[in-house]
Design a protein around this ligand. Sequence first.
Ligand SMILES: *Cc1c(COP(=O)(O)O)cnc(C)c1O
Length: 376
Amino acid sequence: MNTKIWLSSPHMGGEELTFVNEAFAANWIAPLGPNVDGFEAELSNVTGVKHVAALSSGTSALHLALILAGVGREDEVICQSMTFSASANPIMYVGALPVFVDSEKDTWNMDPDLLEEVIIDRIKKGKKPKAIIVVHLYGMPAKMEEIVAIARKYEITLIEDAAEALGSSYKGTACGAFGDYGILSFNGNKIITTSGGGALISNDEAAVRQARFLATQARDNAPHYQHSHVGYNYRMSNICAGIGRGQLKVLHERVEQRRSNKSFYTQTLGQLPGIKFLEEVPGSFSNFWLTTLVIDPAISKGVTRENIRLALEADNIESRPLWKPMHLQPVFAGAPAYVNGVSEELFNTGLCLPSGSNLMRADLERVAKIIRNLFD
Ligand SMILES: *Cc1c(COP(=O)(O)O)cnc(C)c1O
């Protein structure tokens, strides 16, 4: 059997252990501590967002963002349908109703025109949505100028799910820095990892202070355990933050490596009939967390996404269909959805190729050869 090629696996930079060893030497294992403070300050530098709370996951960051936005039972939250389920699940945690919005064809992210139609329709039906969750899927910046303008016009809190987009930007502004709140993920498959973790970022100092408070069991200021709010155990540990500090030192390299994977694939496969890669639009800079393509069987002489995926699998290579939209997921069957067919078509015809920053040239060539062979 050929060696396994993963879709996106952890890639240590070398300095992680230095930070972790420091934590061990000081017995600063848990919780919080100097690595957490350092990681938060460094993330603030990288994103240009003033305040950062390091948390146990991107999902917990989204949960806290919804709480800070005042979302509660019976409220409605607009959410991009083309995403990973973790974008939408926290809407259910707070007892609100997700309202799904389809994508546009340039970035595969939330369609701004449709977003405005949805807001108008929800208001007409009797309820103004409390928040909007926009996602920079696969690291590709969404159309933020339009989306920010709409959120401001209707005075709706904007939450940016930048879990897949650390290192991506639009016209020089980092993904995650446009909204009222941004969230990041350092899960094992993301562009950098803390083995598991996330962050909430915002320029609103009081909001981030409140997030830290809620994330540490909402302990009131008293010598005994005293609580006036429901709290959560959502903070990042000092050990995980140490891994994150080491990873941040190589973030720039990781972005370049993933972008170079994407260039390799477009150069070697871009001319095949019916294959189209997701590309940047003017002004946008993608970390190309994953290289993604769609294939049109009418032009590809019958080669389908599944033909490619199964041929790769037979050679011990992991690839994955594009994320199944939330409005097609059984768990969200009851939620309102405003669709235009774009995300469903992406799901039916799209594939994520192995995209790890630790892939070797020979790995990429192995992937490309198998795909090219299907067209011979
Ligand atoms: C990974 C991911 C999340 C969740 O992050 P976790 O750290 O795994 O909880 C949220 N949204 C998107 C789009 C993701 O890819």
